[in-house]
Design a protein around this ligand. Sequence first.
Ligand code: SAM
Length: 514
Amino acid sequence: MPSVYIKTYGCQMNERDSEAVAAQLVAKGYTLAPSEAVADVILLNTCSVRDFAEQKALNKMVNVIAETRRTRPNVVLGFMGCMAQSRGQELVDRLPDVDLVLGTQKFHHAADYLDELLAGRREKIVDVAAEQGSEATIREHLLYGNAAGNGDGRRPPLQVTAFVSIMQGCNQYCTFCIVPYTRGEERSRSIPDIVAECRQLVSQGVKEITLLGQIVTSYGKRGFGRAELLLGQDAQQRVPTTVVGRAGSPLPADGGASVPASRLVSSLAPPNDTVAHGVTRPSLQESPFVQLLDAVHEIEGLERIRFTSPHPKGYGDDLIEAYARLSKLVEHAHLPVQSGSDRVLKLMHRGYTRARYVSIIEKLRRARPGIGISTDIIVGFPGETEDDFEQTLSLAREVEFDQAYIFKYSQRRDTPAAEMANQVPQKIREERNQRLLEVINEIAKRRFGAFVGRQMQILVEGPSKKNPARMTGRTRCNKIVVFDGSERHRGQLMDVKITRAGSFTLYGDPAILE
Ligand code: SAM
């Protein structure tokens, strides 16, 4: 059978899409090649968020073409994901050696398309059309990593963490962002469907699940209808959820996807109302996303829940309350702020102010003392003045992020910001990037240093990438801890004493616990 090599650029959503495509191909009998040099199919899963990411994938394909076409002319070459979606046919016109261009709603067709190309039934395939229901097709996992499908008979170690895609698309239309154009409108999977996938993962040994989406706090608000109440006689009784599909027809409920009846509230119904069954709704109305968290939290054997990326706009009191209430929801929030200046936030169309953002952080820290907070920040957005930038520096100092991903603003086609006047010169973007990085690093050094001497619980994920002789685990507040351990620790929740802090890494010792 042919072998495939997938190289992934960009975010965790892309990682997850690549895994689902690889799992689909393995199920069809493909093997996973250890490198592109020996693969029959080479796919690049692309990112469009910044021009740099697109150029990297384009250059990579140029190199792959140069290396393969001379000696292995029959290797199938393809682009998939965000750049494939936004550029489509243009990619084949520019690089005629490319055989396949697979858009973001088409991943589940990968195996069929590759079969056709490998068999010579079709010469080129470009498919970037929208497809209804595609959000529910990212569901297969490769829990034994890249080694799965190699067929050497050895059982590779299990992955103890997994990503689960809960929705696709984004309707926020931030003026800088290409995502709504590459990922389409928001479309959510049903709660029973997601819970069934999580349950399956847990039954295979997964301990920690990260719920994924471009804007997870908008989960269930559009496109898939509403979480329907199935309140029984007793409002406290746990009941299965029924989810109404697009056309309004009830989808079959998964018997296991139960949430406390008292928490299940239709997102479309007014609060404090009386439902047909004569049961009063709770005053704190839960968003569909919090209902989903409740349902996933019920899964026995699951130890930890994470999610990314939320939008600050979606941090209502119900979500803050969920942090206080749900013990498996870990003490970490990745909350992209983008800027500390209200003027820039407005130009970005973010839908919150600096004061609102800071108040969310304060509430989260009250609900979960010690919560780790990470963020994304863009420097050099069009029209960003020195004063605006200094407000971002002051926000970083005020919030004291544990970690921040800093992006130099990149003009993206068809986005409103690309057409704005006062584009900030590249040199200033770089200089601001450097200045912000210094502030972020200084704060992180202090915050990471404060962990030394403390005892922390980690979930052991596997060998350290830098030094495979050591193991790594992750704290609930999302800090990586490296320690001397062995494969027998994999998947264990264990306490370690932090002995040293590096930049964005902690070092621990399980042996010296008091
Ligand atoms: N959905 C999340 C949100 O907006 O809150 C983040 C998704 S985005 C793919 C990841 C990060 O890339 C964003 O938070 C933003 O900081 C950065 N980003 C997006 N568009 C960008 C652009 N045109 N230039 C530079 N950075 C950008």
